[in-house]
Design a protein around this ligand. Structure first.
Ligand code: PLP
Length: 508
């Protein structure tokens, strides 16, 4: 379909406007440059390890806003090079630091394509194709993990996906018009999560006005999962005191160790007490796609809401989070101020009514393209391979006499360097403190050198190193390098630290 136009008359001269030949030339050159740079990533350090001022100096980021413009082609070329030379690459095969995915190439191109059509996915009229693609993407994510979602929305990430579900729970559970009258118009709302729950819960409690002190941090057992008896006792005590328990959060893959709360049991408890059951599956929820998913994960299907993060285990470039809701209408009850919308006599989704955002970008496109390129089978294979690689790493760690494996769940292994002569005394207070400091120093060295990139966690009060694989680019050789490099750097740092310690360090 084309629309006939009159002669446009004299052209306006706009500094950002370019003709299609220039667009082609900039675009082709940029895609070529990105392809070469991506090829070079495995042979680069994971991170350049520079200070903030070094980064500013290298990229010339100290100057004032330029008054005059410049040639866009040269600008893109120079910027692409600078970005690659001074970035940490979460797409590097040896990036094991945080739960941030290696981005899929089709996702990168998807973001370019999305920006080209530039639909505003807040309103159906402004984004007919994009709204329908987002709706299908949400249905597909739910289908992939087997969750019977009636509705959902894409948001910026796991935090927002959890916070959106939190608001849905609050609107559904408060027995007074909490959106109109606020939280002070009713009894104290209470929310429950294990001590390992991600910090989004504090932000949600604060943002929503229920206050951080409304959060009940339920203790964890040795395996870092929620203690159900403690949960039951706390809910009952709060009810007896006149408070209003409304939400229990189960974590499907904790950010520290990948621990999975006993979701089936929490689901049963919530059903019995009429509480909203939300699963924070930002990281691990997508592992429910696997046919051999852990039993604890299975209870995810009974949740009232789930947060999953396409920019984690679906390998989407940042940003993409997703809230899934079991019952239709819950998001509207929490966020809408208008009656349902009809377009040419059909009910149509205005995503601005289902979440906090008004204007919304087309973040669904990259996820939709990736789901189509890999298919469900492709995703099951990639997620399963990440888990097998992590298990392989854990086995290699456990075999070494100078490393101690702490945990291995899903695709996260935690471990520490433990010099052989200190093994027997690792529980003694001064030795335990030394081991914490030692491993902290090892982490700093590892991150600075950039050969592998791991992070840390605190497990049962001990400082441990943490390697996480959400990366379809990671190979067995990359995984095998982790114990080896950790032990080599560990021995070097240990030697240097003991030489400096006075009075003598834990005796050798
Ligand atoms: C990553 C993560 C979050 C936060 O997600 P973002 O995408 O970083 O906002 C929340 N909960 C868990 C369990 C996570 O792993």
């Amino acid at each position: 379909m084309t629309v006939k136009r009159d002669d446009p008359g004299p052209r306006r001269d706009a500094p950002l406007a370019i003709d299609s030949a220039t667009f082609r030339s900039w675009g082709h050159a940029l895609v070529d440059q990105i392809a070469s740079l991506l090829d070079s990533v495995p042979s680069r350090p994971v991170t350049p390890g520079e200070t903030p001022s070094e980064v500013r100096d290298a990229l010339d980021l100290n100057g004032p806003l330029p008054e005059a413009g410049m040639d866009g082609g040269a600008l893109l070329e120079e910027t692409a090079r600078g970005l690659f030379d001074h970035s940490l690459f979460n797409g590097h095969p040896r990036f094991f630091g945080y739960i941030t995915a290696s981005p899929a190439p089709i996702g990168m191109l998807g973001d370019l394509l999305a920006a080209s059509a530039n639909p505003n996915v807040g309103g159906w009229v402004l984004s007919p194709a994009a709204t329908e693609i987002e709706a299908q993407t949400i249905r597909w994510i739910a289908e992939l993990i087997g969750f019977p979602a009636a509705e959902g929305i894409l948001v910026s990430g796991g935090n927002m996906a959890n916070i959106v579900a939190f608001y849905a729970a609050r609107a559904a559970q408060a027995e007074w018009p909490v959106r109109a009258k606020g939280v002070a118009a009713g009894p104290m709302l209470r929310v429950y999560g294990s001590a390992e729950t991600h910090t989004w819960i504090q932000k949600a409690a604060d943002l929503s006005g229920i206050g951080e002190q409304a959060v009940r941090w339920i203790p964890v057992k040795r395996d870092q999962t929620m203690d159900l008896d403690a949960l039951r006792a706390q809910v009952d005590a709060d009810r007896a005191a006149g408070d209003k328990p409304f939400l229990v959060v189960g974590t499907a893959g904790s950010v520290s160790t990948g621990a999975i709360d006993p979701l089936p049991e929490i689901a049963a408890f919530c059903r019995e007490r009429g509480l909203w059951f939300h699963v924070d599956g930002a990281y691990g929820g997508l592992a429910a796609a696997l046919p051999d998913a852990p039993v604890a994960l299975r209870g995810l299907f009974a949740a009232d809401s789930i947060a999953v993060d396409p920019h984690k285990w679906l390998y989407a470039p940042l940003e993409a989070g997703c809230t899934l809701i079991r019952e239709a209408g819950r998001l509207r009850s929490a966020f809408s101020y208008r009656p349902p919308y009809y377009h040419l006599d059909e009910e149509a989704i205005n995503f601005l009514d289902l979440g906090p955002q008004n204007s919304r970008g087309f973040r669904a496109l990259k996820v939709w393209l990736m789901l189509r390129q890999a298919g469900a089978a492709g995703y099951r294979r990639m997620i399963g391979d990440d888990i097998r690689l992590s298990q392989r790493m854990a086995e290699a760690i456990a075999r070494r006499p100078d490393l101690e494996l702490t945990t291995q769940v899903l695709s996260i292994a935690t471990y520490r360097y433990l010099p052989e002569d200190l093994k027997a005394r690792a529980q003694e207070e001064d030795v335990a403190r030394y081991l914490d400091e030692l491993n902290q120093a090892i982490l700093e060295r590892l991150q600075e050198e950039g050969e592998i990139f791991v992070s840390n966690a605190i497990v049962e009060g001990r400082y441990v190193l943490r390697a996480c694989i959400v990366n379809f680019r990671t190979q067995t050789a990359d995984v095998d390098a982790v114990p080896e490099i950790s032990a080599r750097v560990g021995a070097e740092v240990d030697r240097a630290m003991r030489a400096k310690l006075r009075p003598p360090a834990p005796a050798a």
